[in-house]
Design a protein around this ligand. Structure first.
Ligand code: SAM
Length: 437
């Protein structure tokens, strides 16, 4: 059974069980430390919850692929009796994780001009145009990353399923959990998944919002992938009742610009497009089709991160002249998360205005727990980065304990100053080095 391991915070939590009941006054402790953070005591953020379940914790303990999906995938793999599956899985995994962005034509042109100038200085090459051209092309081939489009035929689709079904499911489940935890009243009815592949997004969405979702549209240009996804839904066969009702398969995006979906997802698919122009066009059309949340997930690599930052900027700048849906977008969840077995980047964009959604800063690196203090690297709501060292003495016991049980990707229940000149550092040892010194 494919599982994605639990996150470390559960282990940590077990070491930080609360001894007894606490006086309610301690919950409103607010230690204002100049230039740093203040406990968010505008709201009773803990309520009756223990620190280890403070509302900024967004980690999922352990994500397990639904048994019906795992069984269907295993059945299909056995049925295919494909030779050397393990080797093929390893090769595809390596390729996908080492994949970089395709080099853009303008960049190629720039490199060619540069090489030409360099070779013109060589009298042997400079004389003959043909020789010069060949030398430039040879050098370009040698030094340029050769991006290759993957053709998801029947066998590659199966290999992809064996390699990425559990990891993809886990990453998307984590993204959906972010929305569920922060907007519990959101009950989507429709979802569109671009580049749907094996359909893991549909399974994850069904686990998250199966009660309310009534239509899932899977769009994938590969007919083999669509067949595979449908078989997985039917327990590995071509007939029978699908495990998730209301799933539709298409090879193209819906043409009508007026059709919108509550949730639109693209998981690991932007990286399949051959260039920036295609990605721009796609992100704009996915955004047009989004009525609430656009969830973009890519590998936790530099290339994956760059793709998502470009997509985010494109939507936030809102360059479309007369959009059918004039509501602006905002980043609901920026994140780059490390898990034991799956490292991914995600961005969730939402329609409307941020209001309370982005009140707390997000932890952007592993939390370092040291004796009587905790280091937290934070990305604040206004975009500035902060390195906070939190102690019970300076920040109050509530924040200290919340920080100690938080992990990378969680929100820390503090209010940070809206403007900060640069990354601020809090002293490592509060006793020796008081704040502001
Ligand atoms: C890497 S797979 C991702 C599958 C799935 N989203 C997941 O999370 O596992 C990328 C998928 O995008 C599909 N794809 C690539 N280019 C596409 C396009 N222009 N239109 C629709 N689908 C496309 C591929 O066929 C493939 O199934």
């Amino acid at each position: 059974m494919a599982t994605v391991r639990g996150l470390r915070h559960l282990l940590v939590c077990s070491r930080w069980r609360r001894g007894g009941a606490e006086a309610p006054q301690s919950r409103t402790l607010a230690a204002v430390v100049p230039g740093i953070s203040q406990v968010d005591n505008n709201s009773d953020f803990l309520g009756k919850r223990p620190h280890r379940r403070h509302p900024g914790i967004l980690q999922l303990p352990c994500i397990e692929v639904p048994p019906a999906l795992a069984a269907a995938a295993q059945f299909l793999l056995l049925e295919s009796s494909m030779p050397n599956v393990e080797k093929q899985v390893q090769a595809l995994t390596n390729y996908l994780w080492s994949r970089r962005l395709p080099v853009e034509p303008q960049e190629l042109q720039r490199r060619a001009v540069h090489l030409e100038k360099k070779f013109l200085e060589n009298p042997d090459l400079g004389q003959v145009e043909e020789k010069l051209r060949e030398a430039v092309l040879r050098a370009l081939r040698k030094t340029t990353y050769h991006w290759q489009e993957l053709s998801y035929n029947e066998s590659l689709s199966l290999v992809y399923m064996a390699a990425r079904l559990d990891g993809g499911f886990a990453a998307v489940s984590r993204a959906f959990h972010e929305i569920q935890a922060r907007v519990p009243e959101f009950q989507p009815q429709t979802l569109m998944d671009f580049g749907s592949g094996t359909g893991s997004v549909t399974w994850a969405a069904h686990s998250a919002w199966g009660q309310s979702l009534r239509e899932y549209l899977c769009v994938d240009s590969s007919a083999a992938m669509l067949v595979l996804a449908e078989k997985l839904l039917k327990g590995g066969s071509e007939s029978g009742e699908p495990y998730v009702p209301g799933v539709f398969f298409r090879q193209f995006l819906p043409v009508s610009p007026k059709v919108q979906f509550d949730v639109v997802v693209s998981a690991f698919s932007l990286s399949e497009l051959p260039g920036k122009a295609d990605r721009t066009e796609l992100v704009q059309s996915l955004w047009r089709k989004t009525s609430h949340f656009l969830v973009l997930v890519e590998n936790g690599t530099k290339a994956g991160h760059c793709l998502l930052m470009d997509a985010r900027d494109l939507i936030l700048k809102g360059k479309e002249k007369s959009p059918l849906d004039p509501r602006p977008g905002f980043v609901f969840a920026p994140n780059k998360k490390k898990q034991k077995e799956e490292k991914f980047s995600m961005v969730i964009l939402a329609r409307g205005s941020p209001e309370e959604a982005n009140r707390w800063p997000r932890i952007t690196q592993p939390v370092l727990k040291r004796p009587r203090h905790v280091h937290c690297h934070l990305c604040c709501p206004d975009g500035h980065m902060q390195h906070a060292v939190i102690t019970a003495r300076q920040h109050g016991r509530d924040l200290y304990r919340c920080a100690r049980v938080s992990s990378w990707g969680d929100l820390l229940p503090v209010i940070t100053p809206s403007e900060s000149p640069s990354e601020s550092e809090l002293p490592l040892s509060p006793a020796d080095n008081p704040p502001g010194s």
